[in-house]
Design a protein around this ligand. Structure first.
Ligand SMILES: [Mg+2]
Length: 232
């Protein structure tokens, strides 16, 4: 876990979902690959060729977008600037609304995820002091199913998904929408997620706090920094 910034007063925690509230490489791989298979079908090409095109786009994008100062954190090494899959698909001619529909059709979180009592205990403890929201690049429907599969759906007052604002993180709209719906001034929110460029860099620019995690194991440890969040 890398604590990038904790504001003076904290009233709300904005959680990324995938790779943050659960860690499941198989499901994450499925989420990355299944829309690419559909895109390949539409473009009448192979999955391998589509993967190659996307890798090429990521490389070009990273070269033309300066690094956002991501810390060299964790096992995954996050030094390179990242672009969301939704924005890659948009660049390849697939509107965000179409990406939302594909994901709603393709993703069934309950096939991969199960109830996580340790996550529930952690979030229950945090919810005693802070308002909790999920801000995800998945559609709200998928977020709802994911949280239900993990057994924590009732602990989040607000879910902001790809279809809430029609834009993909890192756009400021989803973060500000979550703060607004929670009734929390942005400068009292802390964004928690596994990708610096997607989940942390922009919230820091908005005056929010940021905590970079390497998966749900780090989220379990958030109670150990709860004192810092309360007494900041
Ligand atoms: Mg994530």
């Amino acid at each position: 876990m890398t604590i990038c910034r904790i504001p003076q007063t904290v009233s709300a925690l904005l959680f990324d979902m995938d790779n943050t509230l659960y860690t499941n490489q198989e499901y994450v791989r499925f989420q990355l690959e299944s829309p690419v298979r559909r895109l390949a079908e539409i473009k009448n090409t192979t999955f391998a060729e589509m993967q190659r095109e996307i890798a090429e786009y990521r490389k070009t994008w990273a070269a033309s977008n300066p690094q956002s100062g991501a810390p060299q954190a964790g096992a995954h090494g996050k030094a390179q600037a990242q672009v969301s899959l939704g924005n890659i698909f948009l660049a390849l001619g697939i509107p965000i609304e179409e990406t939302v529909r594909w994901r709603e059709e393709l993703y069934e979180p309950a096939q991969y995820l199960k109830r996580d009592p340790k996550l529930r205990d952690t979030l229950t403890a945090l919810a005693a002091s802070f308002s909790l929201a999920v801000v995800t690049n998945n559609p709200v429907l998928v977020a709802r199913k994911t949280l239900a599969a993990l057994g924590v759906e009732d602990l989040f007052g607000v879910l902001v998904g790809l279809d809430t604002c029609g834009v993909s993180k890192p756009h400021k709209a989803p973060f500000l929408k979550a703060a607004e719906l929670l009734g929390a001034p942005p400068e009292t929110c802390v964004s928690i997620g596994d990708r610096y460029d997607i989940d942390i860099a922009l919230p820091l620019e908005l005056g929010m706090g940021g905590i970079l995690v390497d998966g749900v194991e780090d989220v379990y440890s958030l109670c150990s920094v709860q004192g810092a969040l309360l007494n900041s």
